[in-house]
Design a protein around this ligand. Structure first.
Ligand SMILES: [Zn+2]
Length: 126
């Protein structure tokens, strides 16, 4: 038997979601938590955000063993107003934390990528 767990991590937002009745037959193929994430998908902007996040986190770590604010990533990617980019930056942070490439910190301690609320910092995970 190849039993699948009753929850998954959404490939877009990086949040945990549970099996629902409508997915019983094709749960193995479900990748998105919601219609919104299914429509959004992972685009070239999201990959650009991930690259910039890894670059900045690695540089910060190598210079000072430090962490960075997600807004630094949004500012690097945006031409003008970076704030609309922040939700995508937080999603990228969750994806990279699930992939074990960065850590999401609160009060300087790593937190579960699906659980945090409020301000975070990002740290390179060497
Ligand atoms: Zn999602």
């Amino acid at each position: 038997m190849n039993e699948q767990p009753d929850y998954k991590i959404c490939v877009v937002c990086g949040l945990k979601f549970s099996k629902r009745a409508k997915w019983l037959r094709d749960w193995h193929a479900v990748r998105y938590c919601s219609e919104r994430c299914r429509r959004q998908k992972i685009t070239s902007i999201d990959l650009e955000i991930e690259d910039a996040m890894l670059d900045l986190a690695q540089i910060r770590w190598q210079r000072s063993q430090g962490s960075l604010c997600p807004s630094e990533v949004a500012m690097k990617i945006s031409d003008g107003d970076w704030r609309p980019m922040m939700e995508r930056v937080r999603q990228a942070a969750r994806r990279l934390a699930h992939a074990d490439k960065i850590e999401i910190l609160q009060a300087n301690h790593p937190v579960e990528p699906t659980r945090f609320r409020g301000p975070i910092r990002l740290r390179w995970k060497a």
